[in-house]
Design a protein around this ligand. Structure first.
Ligand SMILES: *[C@@H]1O[C@H](CO)[C@@H](O)[C@H](O)[C@H]1NC(C)=O
Ligand SMILES: *[C@@H]1O[C@H](CO)[C@@H](O)[C@H](O)[C@H]1NC(C)=O
Ligand SMILES: *[C@@H]1O[C@H](CO)[C@@H](O)[C@H](O)[C@H]1NC(C)=O
Ligand SMILES: *[C@@H]1O[C@H](CO)[C@@H](O)[C@H](O)[C@H]1NC(C)=O
Ligand SMILES: *[C@@H]1O[C@H](CO)[C@@H](O)[C@H](O)[C@H]1NC(C)=O
Ligand SMILES: *[C@@H]1O[C@H](CO)[C@@H](O)[C@H](O)[C@H]1NC(C)=O
Length: 360
């Protein structure tokens, strides 16, 4: 009986839907005739206010209303996902951070900053180096956090420049200077690397390598300070005057950490902060807020960061403490804690595959 009644109504429902569709199509087309046409914010209706507020918080502007609508749609999609994700109790949560108006494809395209040959995991495995005999054998130490030793400068922001390799290398050198030279912590110049370390595969804002940055610093009698050669976020002409007049920290070379072992990495980090390459291209990495990130992620090494410690606690388990260069508004004050002690030898996101640190 009920089924029959519904069946009677179907044609009427269909008719109504068809009329409605036409009406919407007509209303959508009509305004285009007007010269000052502004596309209606259809998909982001309910999220419009929140998106505007988010734009203010993150100092975002868009070039025109079309772009604005599109970004709002992406934002809404991301926020819906974030809210669904956060309704479950995972080991980390997400937030509408500065990347919340980008699709993951766009994020991937704009945040690759390592030379392409780092993608080859196989090469990493072939290139295993002997373990540094001087490295202290104390990885069973429950935790290290070089921030507590005043060895880490405030989180920096690489901006729209594929210079993570420079930030990763510089953070390791800054810390080594403080730890090994017992020097005052001083912020060093990423811009010198972006502008001047342009031979080989290191190429300014188009991606580079931490190991080549270390080679450059060694061969050029040291790196100058941030204050002398401040960051601009674009690649410019190398200013040789700045470089030559004021080198602050020299290095003797660098050491590769033997890959495929979290123990080796922990040993190295116990001695000093270590530059690592990771796969940071995941959707969850993009929107990370706080907690211990445990993927999913691959081993396509596309980002350079610095491991400044590791720790463990009953709530969170074991983790690496990783300094990023996406500003202090991203993640845990610019840091991400990443799962340590995973089954795969390459570590989470390939963190053990290309680790290196400067020798002073
Ligand atoms: C936005 O700009 C203001 C003023 O320039 C600045 O104080 C603030 O830190 C900026 N916010 C972000 C998220 O960059
Ligand atoms: C993430 O989790 C922490 C701790 O439970 C909570 O304080 C914070 O508000 C959460 N953030 C988001 C964006 O859900
Ligand atoms: C370091 O640890 C390894 C493996 O646990 C052990 O074989 C080696 O003897 C240790 N070396 C030192 C110097 O303690
Ligand atoms: C390190 O420097 C501090 C302050 O300059 C000094 O008090 C301390 O003795 C130094 N430590 C070593 C091991 O040289
Ligand atoms: C290079 O640096 C020097 C010293 O800071 C400065 O006087 C000069 O204007 C800079 N040159 C260029 C081209 O920016
Ligand atoms: C470190 O590893 C890289 C490959 O990632 C290699 O090109 C370089 O020669 C190695 N450097 C040292 C000092 O072992």
């Amino acid at each position: 009986m009920a089924v029959a009644k519904l069946a009677e109504r179907v044609p009427l429902l269909l008719l109504l839907i068809i009329i409605q569709t036409w009406a919407i199509a007509l209303l959508g087309v009509l305004p285009i005739i007007s010269a000052s046409y502004i596309p209606p914010l259809r998909c982001c209706g309910e999220m419009r206010g929140r998106h505007m507020q988010w734009m203010q918080t993150h100092n975002k502007t868009y070039k025109d209303p079309t772009e604005h609508e599109h970004r709002c749609c992406v934002y809404q999609t991301n926020v819906n996902f974030i809210e669904r994700f956060n309704s479950h109790a995972f080991s980390f949560n997400l937030t509408d951070n500065c990347f919340a108006d980008l699709t993951n494809e766009e994020f991937l395209q704009t945040h690759r900053c390592l030379g392409t040959s780092l993608d080859e995991t196989k090469k990493a495995q072939q290139n295993q180096m002997k373990k540094n005999p001087n490295c202290p054998n104390i990885s069973d130490k429950p935790s290290v956090d070089w921030r507590d030793h005043g060895a880490i400068t405030p989180v920096k922001d690489q901006q729209q420049c594929g210079s993570c390799w420079a930030f990763s290398a510089v953070a390791s050198i800054e810390a080594a200077n403080k730890i090994k030279n017992n020097a005052t912590l001083v912020s060093l110049s990423e811009q010198e690397l972006v502008d001047c370390d342009i031979s080989g595969s290191s190429s300014g804002c188009s991606g580079g390598f931490m190991t080549q940055a270390f080679d450059f610093v060694q061969q050029n009698n040291g790196l100058t300070g941030d204050a002398n050669y401040p960051y601009t976020g674009v690649q410019g002409q190398c200013n040789k005057t700045k470089v030559l007049t004021n080198p602050l920290v020299a290095i003797k070379g660098y050491m590769n950490v033997t890959s495929n072992s979290e123990d080796n990495l922990a040993d190295a980090v116990t001695g000093q902060p270590v530059s690592v390459a990771i796969d940071a291209g995941g959707y969850l990495f993009q929107l990370y807020s706080q907690g211990v990130y445990d993927g999913p992620c691959g081993t396509t090494l596309n980002h350079g960061v610095t491991v400044v410690g590791f720790g463990t606690n009953t709530n969170d388990g074991d983790y690496w403490i990783v300094k990023n260069s996406w500003g202090a508004h991203w993640g845990e004050g610019g840091y991400i804690r990443m799962r340590r002690g995973v089954p795969q030898s390459e570590g989470l996101c390939g963190i053990t595959l290309k680790a290196s640190y400067p020798l002073l």
